[in-house]
Design a protein around this ligand. Structure first.
Ligand SMILES: Cc1ncc(COP(=O)(O)O)c(C=O)c1O
Length: 399
């Protein structure tokens, strides 16, 4: 190579990438591609519970049916009409009155977050989040050039008094919550607190983004109405949903439900992002909804995951050092653990990996000062026997 070439300046990437940390979860997933590792790190649905036959039949129906060629064509940005109608009917049955026209189909609910960030956040805008919160939401907001401000959180989620203070002090553009079976903590915000949060954000004229991919996965207790279903939510709450946990994440299908004043801006952001979500995948999802008994499928998932949740929670006292604390979630995929003393769980991970077991160190989930003694465990990917083996390895690694 000539010296002239060696001195060629390297083109720069955009400055807004500078403040965005990589995802330790995705980096871990890459490291863990060894079959002997029992990984409680990724939030992966159990592949053996995918309705493979049903999904295959749905694609067959779409690609052999009279509209097969249309399923391979460009399509409207808002999404497949039948799919939106089915999602709307399910939301309405759960108490969130919705019509297909209130919805925009997204490429996973992760894209819903990106669209929200594009449509609602100017560089320097402030976003209030629970601390800890979903790490890829933090990335999304940081990429948009937003200032992410953590709000104190207890075992019931974001504290409304602290939120009221932060709304007055920070003048945010939006508040982001995962109020049901949160990632990473598994916690659920009770109904009375939801009402307070909806009322406070309405009063301050601030968008409220409710990210709700886990609501269907409830293993005990009664469902709690969505924030978006509370009185006063209609004008300012954006609700994000996903097919990833109920159908399969590889479909990359989600949706958002937004106030009519906001939907055009989000649709514009969607057009600029990818024109529309895959036509054939949307059509197959609609066909799956039409043919499969989705509610029975969800019950099957819940029954399997309940058993796994119980197996993990029962194994925790023996696996963790005395003085540890953990959440016992009513649903979702995650248990959030805090080890006693002044430990950094990132420093314990290599020992766990030597024992062929993995977790996610908690620090990356914090927008504020991280509590390094925390870690996240996901219980959905293995049956009880393998899960018990993983917990025994974790006990050996932490001892
Ligand atoms: C809170 C939260 N929001 C959004 C997502 C993204 O899900 P999707 O697969 O629908 O993009 C996840 C995935 O784990 C999540 O935990």
């Amino acid at each position: 190579m000539s010296s002239a070439l060696l001195s060629t300046p390297v083109p720069a990437v955009a400055e807004r990438l500078a403040g965005v940390a990589g995802s330790p979860v995705r980096e871990l997933l890459a490291l863990l591609d060894r079959p002997e590792v029992i990984s409680f790190a990724g939030g992966l649905p159990a592949p053996e519970l995918f309705d493979l036959d049903g999904v295959r039949a749905a694609y067959d129906r779409v690609l052999w049916g009279p509209h097969a060629r249309r399923a391979l064509q460009y399509a409207p940005s808002e999404g497949d009409r039948e799919l939106r109608a089915r999602v709307a009917a399910r939301l309405t049955a759960r108490g969130l009155l919705t019509s297909g026209g209130d919805l925009l189909v997204t490429s996973g609910s992760q894209q819903g977050l990106s669209l929200v960030a594009t449509a609602l956040l100017d560089p320097g805008a402030t976003v209030l989040v629970e601390d800890p919160t979903y790490l890829a939401a933090l990335q999304c907001f940081q990429l948009a050039g937003a200032r992410v401000v953590p709000v104190p959180t207890d075992e019931h989620g974001m504290d409304p008094d602290a939120l009221a203070d932060a709304l007055r002090r920070e003048r945010p553009a939006l508040v982001y919550l995962v109020p049901t079976f949160a990632n990473p903590t598994g916690r659920t915000m009770p109904s009375h607190r939801r009402a307070e949060v909806v009322e406070l954000t309405a009063r301050h004229g601030v968008w409220l983004v409710e990210d709700d991919p886990y609501a269907d996965l409830r293993y005990r207790g009664a469902p709690v109405p969505a924030l978006a279903a509370h009185p006063g939510a209609d004008d300012h709450v954006v609700y994000l949903g996903s097919f990833s946990k109920v159908a399969a994440p590889g479909l990359r299908l989600g949706w958002l439900r937004a106030p009519s004043s906001l939907l055009p801006a989000l649709t514009l952001a969607k057009q600029a992002a990818d024109l529309h979500t895959s036509t054939v995948d949307q059509a197959a999802a609609a066909a799956w909804f039409a043919a499969a008994d989705v509610e029975s499928h969800v019950l099957r998932l819940c029954s399997a995951y309940r058993e796994r949740r119980d197996a993990m929670v029962e194994a925790l006292p023996a696996a963790l050092p005395a003085g540890s604390t953990w959440t016992e979630p009513d649903g979702g995929m995650f248990v959030w653990v805090r080890l006693p003393g002044d430990v950094d769980t990132a420093e314990l991970l290599p020992a766990a990996l030597r024992h062929d077991v993995a977790f996610v160190p908690g620090a990356a989930f914090f927008a504020g000062r991280p509590d390094r003694a925390t870690l996240r465990l996901s219980f959905t990917a293995y049956g009880p026997a393998r899960l018990a083996e993983g917990m025994a390895r974790l006990a050996a690694a932490l001892s």
